[in-house]
Design a protein around this ligand. Structure first.
Ligand code: DX5
Ligand code: ZN
Length: 222
């Protein structure tokens, strides 16, 4: 399901269902799949780590039953270690947690190890104000780094150009197989900037789900 080789020369597009119509999620997921999406980005917010509450384990479990796309789960939550196993059992393929939700380096390493021990992929994310050097020591352990280009919490915000400059800095320090993903304010123009800086995966919520033609929107991100 998650095969780096398959994606080697192709930008991985991960539509964020945060901007989808939650009353018809199955249709919204199959619509982006038919439009060419590679992954499905699931934004989990707990009202503590970010000032918003979204969806959690039961939704991942339900989505797992209706799609074979990679479920790319972005945990914007405190105490991520408590929820790794339930999300893995629910069917997440990738679990990305926030560096800022961890107490210290040991905590970061424990969370990565726990995710990988369950046979799924581990992503580590940094918020706009976090400098990239703090995660360099984890780049050989993680499968993915998610660079936030907006403050996490809400869809539809404006892309922060400064944050994108972290992409080449992280890439320079990364093993070849580490995926750099960007999330926040991605559209055809900002997506192009991120790709040229070295991002392999683009998350887009409002740009895709807010468009009248999902295929056209996804194609424009490639
Ligand atoms: C923000 C979320 C994003 C969000 C992106 O906290 O992590 O995934 O859905 O939405 P857009 O693409 O609209 O900025
Ligand atoms: Zn996200």
């Amino acid at each position: 399901m998650y095969d780096r080789i398959r994606y080697m020369n192709k930008t991985i597009i991960s539509p964020s269902i945060l901007s989808a119509n939650f009353a018809k999620l199955e249709e919204e997921v199959s619509a982006v799949k038919n439009a060419g999406a590679d992954w499905i980005h699931v934004d989990v917010m707990d009202g503590h780590f970010v000032p918003n509450i979204t969806i959690g384990i039961p939704v991942v479990k339900s989505l797992r039953k209706v799609t074979d796309l990679v479920l790319d789960v972005h945990l914007m939550i405190e105490n991520p270690e408590k929820y790794i196993e339930p999300f893995a059992k629910a069917g997440a393929d990738i679990l990305t947690f926030h560096y800022e939700a961890c107490r210290n380096e040991e905590h970061v390493i424990d969370v990565i190890d726990k995710i990988k021990s369950l046979g799924i992929k581990a992503g580590i994310s940094i918020k706009p104000k976090t400098q990239p050097d703090v995660i360099y020591k984890f780049l050989s352990l993680a499968d993915m780094v998610l660079v936030m280009t907006v403050e996490p919490g809400f869809g539809g915000q404006e892309f922060m150009h400064d944050c994108a400059m972290k992409i080449p800095q992280i890439k320079e320090k990364s093993p070849d197989n580490l995926i750099i993903q960007v999330d926040g304010g991605i559209n055809n123009l900002t997506g192009k900037i991120c790709k040229s800086l070295g991002a392999a995966s683009l998350v887009a919520g409002s740009y895709i789900y807010g468009s009248s033609d999902y295929k056209k929107a996804i194609d424009s991100l490639r």
